[in-house]
Design a binder for this molecule. Sequence first.
Ligand code: ZN
Length: 254
Amino acid sequence: MSTAPIRVTVWHEYVHEKNKPAVAKMYPHGMHVVMKQAIEQTLGNLAVVRTATLEEPEHGLTEQVLAETDVLTWWGHTAHKRVEDAIVDRVHQRVLEGMGLVVLHSGHYSKIFKKLMGTGCGLKWREVGERERLWCVNPGHPIAAGMAKDYFELEHTEMYGELFDIPTPDELIFISWFEGGDVFRSGCVWTRGRGKVFYFRPGHETYPIYYDENVRRVLGNGVKYVAPVTGRSPYSLEAPQIKVPLSPIPTRGV
Ligand code: ZN
């Protein structure tokens, strides 16, 4: 494995901060800036982080930016439909090629997440500021590294509840319990092509979620976990016809 830093692009739709005063107060420079700082805090010089937002040309996700991105993080909510399909296809292709993707909170309904999952990705929700307790159900998992206990809590959150309409995760790291009684698979990993996808639930824009130390560490851990292993892959993701077999096959009668 190379020791080169993980090249991270934090993508954010960056809309609520501009039209909701409460969100602007919580994240005066945008949530993406706080997420960038969280990843830098957790990974130090293991990562170099840049940001990209919806309003930039090509949503900040040009061919060149994506070619130089090992891990992309995605926060979207109100503007999912404004993300151009061509850009979604570009991100999708990069994931299949090996780019890691971290999808956060309301990103469950983003075009890119739904395309990668192949399911509806719906869930229950309620916004009354209830407590969330995230139980780690995979204690040896690198994404859970550094936890002081087998759970952590967020005092005020938006609730997401089951059924979360996703394919069964390849790896399940967190299950959330909510004060109102709902539960949710809140930390999930899937492999798609050569790439890994990590979905992490916390992140509602009106609560200070991305200032929480546990959330910040999991975000950094998640970026590190889905980062591609460098080096040339011996595997083909296409459908090559193998006319000459690895071992000789005796001629058989038909
Ligand atoms: Zn939300």
